[in-house]
Design a protein. Structure first.
Length: 219
């Protein structure tokens, strides 16, 4: 990213066990991020971008309006920030201290692969708006052979109970997550957003963060 900009975004997507939270935490703690010359930043974890819907899902169920409404709320705010900044002449004057990077852990692709009532067509307008918000997407992946280690092994009883909704045997659960990961890959192919697919099983968290930041180019 060589041209000046007011707002620039990064979305971290991936099934569980691919290291999204680890990468997000390491990114924020990285020297490149915390020593950036501009002070503002917006960072939302999966708690704000998806999991805030969990209670309603359990109690009454969700509709497409719930999912799309949440995504629209976040994107509309980012658009408002961009539009205000675009009224100023800072970019033309080669200023950089007004910049706002934003990072989202899970976003519209998660809402498609995680919820059976959601389809690509429901989030395609969101995807197009994100592309207009100078956004990039990083899909974190792991090979199918590593799924058992990352998702099932060394997990507590509460997690195993959660996994039971996806299958009664380890093999059924692993097939479910392998299918979900392939769906995410397919959704990335439909997206208008520039995408990096990164296998986190082969590199350290620090190396992964450096690759993600190099791809993003904002800090």
């Amino acid at each position: 990213m060589t041209e000046n900009w007011n707002i620039s975004g990064l979305i971290l997507e991936g099934i569980c066990g691919t290291g999204k939270s680890t990468i997000l935490r390491s990114l924020q703690q990285s020297e490149r991020f915390y020593r950036r010359s501009f002070l503002s930043a917006i960072v939302l974890s999966e708690h704000q971008t998806q999991r805030v819907l969990e209670q309603k899902e359990r109690e009454v169920g969700l509709t497409t309006a719930d999912n799309v409404g949440l995504l629209d709320q976040h994107v509309s705010y980012l658009e408002a920030v961009r539009d205000r900044l675009n009224q100023m002449q800072w970019c033309q004057n080669n200023r950089t201290n007004m910049r706002v990077p934003y990072v989202l852990e899970r976003f519209h692709l998660t809402h498609v692969y995680h919820y059976p009532h959601m389809t690509w067509e429901h989030v395609q307008p969101i995807d197009r708006r994100l592309a207009g918000l100078n956004c990039k997407l990083c899909l974190l992946t792991i090979p199918d052979a590593v799924l058992r280690e990352r998702i099932i092994a060394n997990r507590n009883a509460a997690w195993r109970e959660y996994l039971s909704k996806y299958g009664q045997t380890d093999e059924e659960i692993l097939r479910y997550y392998a299918t979900q990961q392939q769906l995410l890959r397919d959704l990335c192919g439909k997206s208008e957003i520039d995408t990096l697919v990164l296998d986190t099983s082969r590199i350290s968290a620090d190396d992964a963060v450096n690759q993600v930041l190099d791809f993003w180019g904002a800090v």
